[in-house]
Design a binder for this molecule. Sequence first.
Ligand SMILES: *Cc1c(COP(=O)(O)O)cnc(C)c1O
Length: 398
Amino acid sequence: MTETFTGSFTQQDPIPETGIEAALAVLRHGRLHRYNTAPGEVSETALLEQEFAASVGAQYCLAVASGGYAMATALRAVGVKPGDHVLSNAFTLAPVPGAIAAVGAVPVFVGVTESLTIDLDDLEAKLDHARVLLLSHMRGHICDMDRLMAMCDAASVTVIEDCAHTMGAAWNGVPSGRHGAIGCYSCQTYKHVNSGEGGFLVTDDPHLAAKSVMLSGSYMLFERHLAAPPKEAFADLKYDTPNISGRMDNLRAAILRPQVADLAAQCARWNERYYALEAGLRDTPGLKVIDRPAQETIVGSSIQFLLLDWTAAAVQEVIKRCLARGVELKWFGAAEPVAFTSRYDSWRYAPSTPMAASDRILAGVVDMRVPLTFSLDDCALIARIIRGEVSAVYQATA
Ligand SMILES: *Cc1c(COP(=O)(O)O)cnc(C)c1O
C-alpha cells in the first residue's frame, strides 16, 4: 500500500487563548495606536518590547510593522545611503535584497556552502566591497559566528542579522541576533511567533536604538517606550531623523506577548519534529542531510536536504512524486521564482554575477516547512514518503 499524507503544510497553531483575550481587551478599549494610552497606562507594544529585549538579553528593542521594515530601518540607522553596496547572502528570501533596495543600496551577494550558511571564504574576499553586511540566517542555519564577527570587526564591517528564521536559536549560547550591531526578527505568520505581520529590532547601541525609534515614526513620544534609551540619546537626532512610519500596534502586540513568553517551549516542539524528520531521512542513498554544528542551538521550523549533482529533471521528478503523496517540497534550483522561493539571479533589480559553486548547491537544495500542527507520526510518515520517492528516482537514474 502506498502511504499518503493529508495534512497542511501552511496551517500554523491557533493564537493562544491568553492572546485572544488580550486582543479583545484592546479592541474593547479601542486604543490600538501604540502611543494612544490612557493616563498612567503602558501600551501593549511597550510591554512587548521590554519582554522581547529581556528574552534575548538586549538593552533595547523596537517593535515594527514587519521583518522587512526592521531590516530597512537597521540599514538606515547604521547610515547606509543610496548607491552604497551592502553585502548579503545569495541564499536567502526576497525581503532581504528587498530591504537593501528599499534604502536605494545595492546588494553584493556572498555564496553559500553545503551547510547552507554564508561562505566565509567568499565573504572574506568581498569584505572590502562594503561597510555593512546584512547577514541572513536563512532557514535557521547559523554560520560560525565567532569567525564571521572576528572577520567583520577586523574589516570594520557592521553586521546586521536577519533572524527571521532564528528567533529562539543561538550560536555558542549567544541568542541569534545578538552578535551583530542590530538583530532583526519577523512576526509574520510563517515565522516563530505569529501576528500576521510584524517585526522586532534589537541592539545594545543607544544611538542606533534612538535613531530606529525616530525612524519608525515615534514623533516626539519616545519617552513612552520601556526598551528605548533615555531621552538624552534623542537630543541630537530628533530634528534630523525622518519619520518613515512602520510602527507596531497594540492589537498585534497583545497577540504576541504570550507567544514570546512561550517561545522556548514552542522551539522544543519544533525540534522534536525536525529530528524525527531528520532521523527518517538519514542514510537515504543520493540524499544528504544537513549536519548541524554542536555550537548551534537550532529551531527546526523547516528542514532542508541536498540532492547534490542530480539533474534538474530528476529533482523535479522527486518533487512531483512527493506532491502526489501529499508532501510539499520547495526547490531552490528552479529557473523561475515560485511562491516564496526565489534565488539571487531572479532579483533582476539587484545585479549579480553567476557563482558556480553556489549554483551547484542551490540546484540541489530541497526545502520543507515544519508547522507545529504536524504530529511526530506525521513527521515519520513524511520522511518515509520522501525516502521512498528519492530512492526510487535515484535508482532509476543511477
Ligand atoms: C520572512 C522573512 C523576512 C521578513 O519578512 P517580513 O514578511 O517582512 O516580516 C526576512 N528574511 C527572511 C529570510 C524571511 O524569510
